[in-house]
Design a protein around this ligand. Structure first.
Ligand code: MN
Length: 230
């Protein structure tokens, strides 16, 4: 069944069909319900304080992130999207112009990636491939971190600033709202969430101060290195 569903999906996506509503004569019963599940946090909700307080995580993980999964599961139920991986849903919904599916699926994936890249007592850059790439593309670690923070100031409104592998070169990508490197052919390596819900309880309007603290003390650069060398 999954293979058939995927083929049908590809055909419909190629035709640009507005199929997610379940219209266009689709055999709705052939598609499973969509049980996309929010992964558990990789740390205690108190672990990132004081930079990211337990209260922020209770809302950010427990309400915002969880809400994207709830919305996605409602939207994707009984559609071909229900048979895909979360990452496939992001790419296919973007190609098909299914904006509500895309926004919720992308936000689900973006936050999975965000939480996985943080840890208490982070911020220390390991030697090896990541350090070598930073030296090659930014000169030194301080210039790299400064550039990361500067790009978050440059992003107007809600969104994400991504560190990506762009054809073998490290680069930053400013991404508004739910936008993600997955739909731009770039490999995501690290991300900072700069929606106001990520920092407003702890830093209010001081976005740059928040990002500086995340980059200096919470970013799990070992994970970033592993993503680069994977
Ligand atoms: Mn967020």
């Amino acid at each position: 069944m999954p293979a058939l569903s995927r083929r049908r999906f590809m055909t419909l996506a190629a035709a640009g069909s507005a199929f997610a509503s379940g219209g266009a004569g689709l055999p709705r019963k052939s598609f499973a319900a969509a049980p996309f599940a929010q992964p558990p946090l990789p740390f205690a909700e108190t672990a990132l304080a004081p930079v990211i307080s337990a209260q922020t995580i209770q809302f950010h993980y427990g309400k915002h992130h969880a809400g994207y999964f709830t919305q996605l599961n409602q939207l994707a139920a009984n559609t071909p999207y229900a048979d895909l991986s979360l990452e496939q849903v992001v790419v296919k919904s973007a190609a098909a112009g299914d904006l509500r599916i895309f926004n919720n699926a992308a936000q689900a994936v973006n936050h999975n990636f965000y939480w996985d890249g943080l840890k208490p007592g982070g911020g220390r850059l390991p030697g090896g491939a990541l350090a070598d790439a930073i030296a090659r593309d930014f000169g030194d670690v301080q210039a790299f971190k400064d550039a990361f923070v500067a790009r978050t100031i440059g992003l107007f409104g809600s969104g994400w600033v991504w560190l990506v592998d762009d054809n073998g070169k490290l680069a930053f990508l400013e991404a508004g709202n739910a936008d993600t490197p997955l739909v731009h052919g770039k490999r995501p390596l690290a991300v900072v969430d700069v929606w106001e819900h990520a920092y407003y309880l702890d830093y209010q309007n001081r976005r740059a101060d928040h990002v500086r603290a995340v980059v200096d003390s919470l970013m799990n650069w070992d994970v970033v290195r592993d993503r680069l060398t994977a």
